[in-house]
Design a protein around this ligand. Structure first.
Ligand SMILES: Cc1cc2nc3c(=O)[nH]c(=O)nc-3n(C[C@H](O)[C@H](O)[C@H](O)COP(=O)(O)OP(=O)(O)OC[C@H]3O[C@@H](n4cnc5c(N)ncnc54)[C@H](O)[C@@H]3O)c2cc1C
Length: 266
């Protein structure tokens, strides 16, 4: 077990954030013989925070490479046969409107399109598995209950290392340790949407609030109410948004999820 109580004084790679990306990075580095330390504030996996529920076929191929695909499938509460359709209903127990069969790439077993089909698995299940594997890996130090607060180049180091500061999160009973500094050859920012590391390297996310095309509301207004009505040639007036007004609220939501266009400025 290498769940450390506090960050090490130095490490080849410091990974800020022990979500799926941080833990996967640590595992991948370990397979190349590279040691890393993962600093993650949450002492336990957050079981009640709603996030991912589908692991795509491409991600499952990584799990296969790590020897974890079968284990993840075993731990997943929804087996493939129960979860490969998307069903639209009027209410949870109401009339079925439309159904996509074999969505999510879950039913690709036996085809030559993927090495490993997708799987429905709640994100906490994925994170718990990755945490256990990381904790058992001698190349990975998993430090929970700490957060990264800063990262600066070490001017005194010829090798160009980075000084990362971290502090314990304020758990009940108060912090157990004072803030520490870790010297790392590399720092990987996997600390989510409000990333400290991204701030420190000056990476800015540039995404303007795009407006919806004026044609969109007209398109919506012609949207069929249900599949059966569509088959019958009926349509429903589905929106009250005037054609000339941009729907900036939903456009902003879309743009904030886009995750593209992330220039790194010096
Ligand atoms: C409702 C919802 C549904 C989704 N559905 C899917 C889906 O079906 N399939 C899919 O593939 N994706 C889905 N996603 C996206 C998926 O959840 C994210 O892509 C994924 O969580 C990103 O992983 P991550 O490790 O980059 O970031 P995160 O999961 O955000 O992890 C970041 C980690 O960094 C830690 N952290 C934060 N600040 C610091 C700090 N200062 N120092 C150190 N650590 C820090 C956090 O505690 C956290 O553990 C969904 C997301 C949401 C919100």
């Amino acid at each position: 077990m290498t769940v450390a109580a506090r960050p090490p004084a130095d490490v080849p790679v410091l990974i800020a954030g022990g979500g799926p990306v941080g833990l996967a990075t640590a595992m991948e580095l370990s397979r190349h013989g590279i040691r890393s330390a993962v600093i993650e504030p949450r002492p336990e996996v957050a079981w009640l925070r709603p996030r991912a529920k589908t692991v795509s076929a491409r991600t499952m191929e990584h799990f296969r490479r790590w020897g974890l695909a079968d284990e993840l499938r075993d731990r997943s509460p929804l087996k493939v046969g129960w979860s490969s359709d998307i069903v639209f209903c009027t209410t949870l127990t109401g009339r079925e409107v439309y159904r996509f069969h074999e969505a999510f790439g879950l039913g690709l077993a036996g085809t030559d399109r993927v090495a490993e089909p997708g799987q429905q698995a709640p994100q906490p299940v994925v994170e718990q598995l990755l945490r256990e594997v990381a904790a058992a890996d001698p190349n990975i130090e998993l430090i929970t209950g700490w957060r990264v607060t800063g990262a600066v180049p070490d001017r005194s180091s010829e090798s160009g290392s980075v000084l990362v500061t971290a502090e314990p999160i304020g758990l009940a009973g108060g912090p157990a340790h004072a803030p520490v500094t870790v010297a790392a050859d590399f720092v990987v920012g996997c600390d989510g949407p409000r990333s400290v590391v991204r701030d420190r390297i000056g990476a800015a996310r540039r995404c303007a609030a795009a407006t919806r095309s004026p044609s969109a509301p007209r398109y919506l207004s012609r949207a069929p109410a249900t599949l059966s009505e569509a088959r019958a040639g009926k349509t429903r007036n589905a929106t009250s948004v005037p054609a000339s007004e941009p729907t900036t609220v939903s456009a902003r939501r879309n743009s904030s999820r886009s995750g593209v266009n992330v220039p790194i400025t010096p």
